[in-house]
Design a protein around this ligand. Structure first.
Ligand code: UD1
Length: 431
């Protein structure tokens, strides 16, 4: 098993370039199979979740050609609408293949999705969307099976704002007969990116980025070339890592508007954030202050940045309160942070954080993707050595994470837990 070893206490300095947004890429790759023509997608991050989705579409007959961060997809020879493999159950966004296959072939069977264990993750709103478009949806043998003779546009009011249900219904509706109106739609940047990509393929989608999306179905989609937006979560993670390490980092290839909730909180607790056209600089020195944070749908504070924020607050002055309002089980990293000396009490969906002077290095285990990144930030701040186990979670969503950290001056390496000499070698190297 691979793990990260980190020696804390070094400020991050320099520049880091942010990769394409994994969560947008997942929707866009699924959408790419809706045309028989070739699609070229740029700025695709090399992360595990993307690898899995590309393998899944290859397995049902799509031709996939990868080179560095671009991928060409041709789905003219899809020979099955059934996607059920061990690996596909591990990622959440496998469900986008339902919307894409339904739009194109009016039939799909996809294994029930997995993904990070951050709370119960129902798919009732996806099903509501597909049923409203005229599909029959059943769960059988661990598969979601949906089919119809004819997809018909509909007026759909989602019960809650869901990124996944919005994108999935939008995918299917873009090839339905007539007009679909999605109300209470999610407004997140990746909903907009998937809509822009579908429009570049000839779809007719208006209003993405607001809570009402209007989709006029088209008979056919065509090939396209498209570049994915930068990853707001990777950018936010480096912003918080820069502040946590009391560093000075220019974070490049970002859309500063997508980072405003993080920028506001960093400035509120005393870090400096400077915005440029497509970059932000984060600087911090001294101990930062306390605040209250509540996760919300976009443009509120993103739930995927909650663990990184709480980690930073664990060494800030005073008492901070972090409330998680999107997923109920997103504080599993707190026990790990406590092993490093943090003082955090979780009561239902709220964490009460009493800032301590310092964290001390320990062996900790990443419970999920974003919490794993937060534990790396903790390691950067801690006195001594930290080992973060289960890095495969982190690699699901961060491209070249340790390399990017090393380029900023972090003493951090990926080692094999079976290699008994690796820890000693690292300690010698960095001391
Ligand atoms: C996406 C992101 C994830 C992020 C989340 C919220 C991807 C691949 N993942 O996840 O990183 O944390 O948005 O920004 O893009 N819900 C229902 N019924 C449904 C669907 C969702 O009740 O059918 C609830 C969920 O339990 C949750 C809330 O709605 O409480 C938001 O979930 P949703 O926006 O759908 O998250 P995902 O698309 O799974």
């Amino acid at each position: 098993m691979e793990q990260y070893i980190i020696k804390g206490g070094r400020p991050l300095n320099g520049e880091v370039t942010i990769s394409g947004y994994k969560n947008a890429a997942l929707g866009i790759i699924a959408a790419a199979i809706m045309t028989d023509e070739t699609v070229k997608i740029e700025n695709v991050p090399n992360v595990k979740d993307i690898e899995v989705l590309l393998r899944a579409i290859e397995d049902i007959g799509a031709k996939v050609e990868r080179s560095k961060n671009s991928v060409k997809i041709n789905a003219s020879k899809i020979n099955s609408v059934s996607v059920d493999f061990d690996y596909i159950r591990k990622i959440r966004a496998s469900y986008y293949l339902l919307g894409a296959l339904l739009g194109k072939y009016k039939s799909a069977q996809v294994a029930l999705p997995g993904g990070c264990n951050i709370g119960s993750r129902p798919i009732d709103q996806h099903i509501k969307g597909f049923e409203a478009l005229g599909c029959e949806v059943k769960i059988e043998h661990g598969l979601i099976c949906a089919q119809t003779v004819n997809l018909a546009g509909a007026h759909i009011y989602f019960d809650g704002s869901s990124v996944g249900a919005t994108i999935n219904t939008m995918l299917a509706a873009s090839m339905a007969d007539g007009m679909t109106i999605l109300e209470n739609a999610a407004k997140e940047p990746h909903v907009v990116d998937v809509a822009n990509f579908l429009n570049s393929m000839g779809a007719n989608i208006k209003g993405a980025g607001t809570d009402v999306i209007r989709i006029k179905g088209v008979k056919k989609l065509h090939g396209s070339e498209y570049s994915i937006i930068p990853d707001q979560i990777e950018a936010g993670t480096f912003m918080f890592a820069a502040a946590a390490s009391k560093g000075n980092v220019l974070i490049k290839n970002v859309i500063p508007k997508h980072l405003e909730a993080f920028t506001a909180k960093l400035m509120e607790i005393g870090a400096e954030v400077e915005e440029f056209d497509d970059a932000v600089r984060v600087k911090a020195s001294g101990r930062l202050g306390n605040t209250h944070v509540k996760t919300l749908v976009y443009p509120g504070f993103l739930t995927d940045m909650q663990p990184q924020m709480a980690t930073l607050l664990s060494v800030s002055k005073g008492t901070s309160i972090v409330t998680e309002s999107i997923f109920e089980n997103r504080f599993k990293y707190v026990d790990e942070l406590s092993r490093m000396g943090a003082s955090i009490k979780v009561e239902s969906n709220t964490a009460i954080i009493d800032g301590v002077e310092r964290l001390t290095g320990a062996v900790v285990s990443a419970p999920d993707l974003r919490a794993g990144a937060a534990l790396v930030i903790a390691g950067l701040m801690a006195e001594g050595f930290t080992i973060v186990e289960n890095v495969e979670y982190i690699e699901r969503g961060y491209e070249n994470f340790e390399y990017k950290m090393q380029q900023l001056g972090a003493a951090m390496e990926k080692i094999d837990s079976e290699d008994s000499k690796a820890v000693r070698k690292f300690k010698l190297k960095v001391s």
